[in-house]
Design a protein around this ligand. Structure first.
Ligand SMILES: [Zn+2]
Length: 280
């Protein structure tokens, strides 16, 4: 299966290199790294959706003013998944499935641009997003306006054989067995990674289970202070989040497994993938 790497949203929060580890000016650059997978029999499959057309046109109240300001989001129509799918010569209807790492505003914004797609995610995530508990983080992160119109939900609990030691959902309805959900609770209650066996082997899109490229692929965790703070601010379960991140780090260092790993927001990882370059 061929995998395209798309950036479906750009955030430029203040903090420069204290956030992204490399910017020279006062602002950093974070991306919304999504995947577009060409499957033999299931059409196109999108992993996460970034910001959508409606977010670009009406940022409020689709996204919260607090998060818009904190992340300094740059809404751009040409970065939406829909416009990029069209630029590749396809149409919205060709995207038959969307697999979500979670339902945060910067991952779910494009759902409505693909009304014919089935949307796959963990049961815990769908429940958490629907039952806004009134907490401030919950209201800022989950924006019902972005997903209330979705009718084709497919929600799952872990089942089947483990994947490199991780719990997995192996049978996603209508999808080939080479696409799996890997529950990775911590950032949200139902957060998951998405594993894809592409032409170059296994790729794990780890969503927001980590945020900075040096949190994996090295024995000790290295993260910028800005992204440490942001991860702490957005987490729901620190113990689970850090434990899952440690397991991901170990998997990334296990060369016999040969799993390439990316997160949603690191621009360097995204640029390397888009250029077909190795991650280290
Ligand atoms: Zn995110």
């Amino acid at each position: 299966m061929k995998i395209h790497h798309l950036n479906c949203g750009t955030d430029c929060p203040f903090g420069g290199a204290l956030m992204d580890g490399r910017s020279r000016g006062p602002t950093a650059r974070l991306v919304c790294h999504c995947l577009l997978i060409e499957t033999p029999a299931s059409g196109l499959v999108l992993v996460d959706t970034g910001y959508g057309l409606k977010d670009v046109r009406h940022p409020h109240p689709r996204t919260s003013r607090m998060m818009h300001g904190l992340l300094n989001i740059r809404f751009r129509e040409e970065e939406t998944a829909l416009r990029q799918v069209e630029a590749l010569g396809y149409s919205a209807g060709d995207v038959r499935h969307i697999v979500l790492t979670h339902l945060d505003f910067d991952h779910a914004g494009g759902l409505e641009d693909f009304p014919g797609a089935q949307v796959h995610l963990t049961r815990a995530e769908l429940a958490a997003a629907r039952d806004l508990d009134g907490g401030i983080t919950s209201e800022k992160r989950y924006r019902p306006m972005q997903f209330n119109a979705v009718t084709n939900w497919r929600d799952y609990e872990a089942q089947g054989e483990r994947w490199f030691g991780f719990e997995a959902v192996r049978d996603l309805a209508g999808l080939p067995p080479e696409i799996l959900l890997i529950p990775l609770k911590g950032h949200t209650w139902g957060h998951a990674g998405v594993a894809v066996l592409g032409n170059d082997g296994w790729l794990l899109h780890a969503g927001d289970a980590y945020f900075f490229r040096d949190e994996v692929r090295r024995p000790g965790r290295r993260c910028t202070p800005g992204l440490r703070l942001y991860q702490n601010l957005m987490e729901v379960d620190r113990t689970a989040r850090l434990a899952n991140q440690q397991r991901l780090r170990e998997l990334s260092l296990d060369h016999s497994a040969g799993v390439r790993m990316i997160c949603a927001h690191d621009a360097v990882e995204y640029e390397r993938c888009a250029a077909g370059a190795p991650l280290v």
